[in-house]
Design a protein around this ligand. Structure first.
Ligand code: PLP
Ligand code: ZN
Length: 412
């Protein structure tokens, strides 16, 4: 890989060859950061060469990806999701320069597809035939879908509470699915032991340094879609913290190669019932594991495996943190649907709820250009969608009753 220098431990600073199965630091178990030769990348990529590219997927940014030159592109088309200007919704929350990045548009309908695509390429480069992970649901479905497309085996550990839509995806994609009767932390521990025992490729985002390299493509796209004018703020919901760290890395890549002139501030949004990363950021203390009390299953991570990169992203970007209640998440889900035609799952709309709060309490000023990443599609969790939006009007097939009902509802 000519574009990659090495992996560096973010704790002890030692560097390691960027081999396929480089996970945590062998010396101190710190997490590894992939470092690039930005001079090399600068010779390959600029605004014009990017504009001329036809690949409307993460493959557009190949030189920024830690994959071998000869590796073929992912079997599924991942990335290049739409960025919608959302003035009406923005005006409603006091941020008229709002954009919605709809990452539910990915092949298995969440931002996790970006990470899984890289994991699968790395697994193939390393000659692995089975990839495994533990997941709150979306990492699982993205891994299962990607593996199905490439003929690889997938072994997936999910907590029993994972929504049915996500579990259905896993099963349809033919993964071996282990539903763990316990918390996400329990699920993670069991997966880690099984992966060690059977030697599968490990897609656990907390220790696999290549995954945030996939996730960062969302920021590369936002940069390019905004004409390389960095927004003031980017909001994203946070569970394990790998997504927000990926967003930071993507903007850092654009900055280091001269494609943008500053890095946006990041807004970390967590659920009130499960906000260990935000608490650590706001108090400046150590991360303390918490309960997992929220409907937003994808960010119900009480014991993030490695919050260090997320906290670094927040501090280095001059970011901020906001917690939101489940009711605020459901409200944001309705607002997003009704103003933009975009259906987000609870963790996907939490970021919008957080932006609304940040605007209301003056944390983000109304002139700011703001991108809200909707990280997952609402069809994955239909029950919460119905909770947010209510039931349809039910009547017998009778015109008179229809008229009566319409006038009661004031629909006419
Ligand atoms: C995984 C996920 C997140 C959070 O990403 P982390 O890397 O766990 O912080 C947010 N939203 C959705 C829909 C997700 O699947
Ligand atoms: Zn180390």
């Amino acid at each position: 890989m000519k574009n990659v220098l090495h992996g560096r431990c973010i704790k002890c600073g030692k560097t390691f060859d960027a081999v396929t199965d480089l996970y945590a630091c062998p010396l101190c178990s710190g997490i590894i950061e992939i470092e690039y030769d930005y001079d090399y990348i600068k010779h390959k990529i600029n605004r014009e060469t990017l504009a001329a590219r036809r690949e409307n997927s993460i493959w557009r940014y190949r030189e920024f990806l830690p994959v071998k030159e000869e590796s073929p592109p992912p079997g599924l088309r991942v990335g290049w999701t739409p960025l919608y200007p959302a003035q009406r919704l923005g005006a409603a929350i006091g941020l008229p320069r709002l954009y919605i990045k709809d990452d539910g548009f990915n092949p298995t309908s969440s931002m996790k597809d970006r990470a899984s695509a890289i994991a699968i390429i790395k697994a193939k480069e390393g000659g692995f035939s089975v990839v495994a992970c533990s997941s709150t649901g979306n990492a699982a479905s993205s891994l299962a879908g990607g593996c199905a497309a490439e003929g690889l085996g997938a072994v997936i550990f999910v907590p029993r509470r994972a929504p049915q839509g996500k579990v259905a995806q896993l099963l349809i994609f033919g993964a071996k699915v282990v539903s763990v009767d316990g918390s996400y932390a329990d699920t993670y521990h069991l997966s880690a032991r099984a992966i060690q025992k059977w030697g599968w490729y490990n897609r656990n985002a907390a220790i696999n340094p290549y995954l945030i390299e996939g996730k960062k493509t969302v920021a590369l796209e936002i940069g390019e879609q905004l004409g390389f004018k960095a927004p003031d703020w980017v909001a994203i919901s946070v569970g394990d913290g790998c997504s927000i760290a990926g967003v930071y890395k993507g903007f850092q890549d654009l900055y280091e190669t001269g494609l943008i002139d500053r890095i946006p501030s990041l807004l970390s949004v967590q659920a009130e019932g499960c906000c260990p990363v935000n608490t650590a950021f706001l108090t400046g203390g150590e991360l303390v594991p918490t309960a997992e009390n929220t409907i937003a299953d994808s960010i119900a991570v009480g014991e993030p495996r490695n919050p260090d990169k997320a906290l670094h992203a927040l501090r280095a970007s001059n970011g901020a943190a906001v917690n939101v209640s489940d009711d605020e998440i459901l409200d944001a889900m309705r607002m997003l649907g009704r103003n933009c035609g975009v259906f987000g799952e609870p963790a996907g709309t939490a970021a919008l709820a957080g932006l609304r709060k940040a605007a209301a309490n003056g944390l983000i000023s109304p002139e700011s250009a703001v991108v809200c990443i909707v990280t997952g599609n609402g069809l994955k969790d239909v029950q919460n969608g119905i909770k947010a939006a209510g039931d349809p009007l039910l009547i017998p097939p009778d015109m008179e009753l229809l008229e009566q009902a319409f006038s009661v509802k004031k629909w006419i």
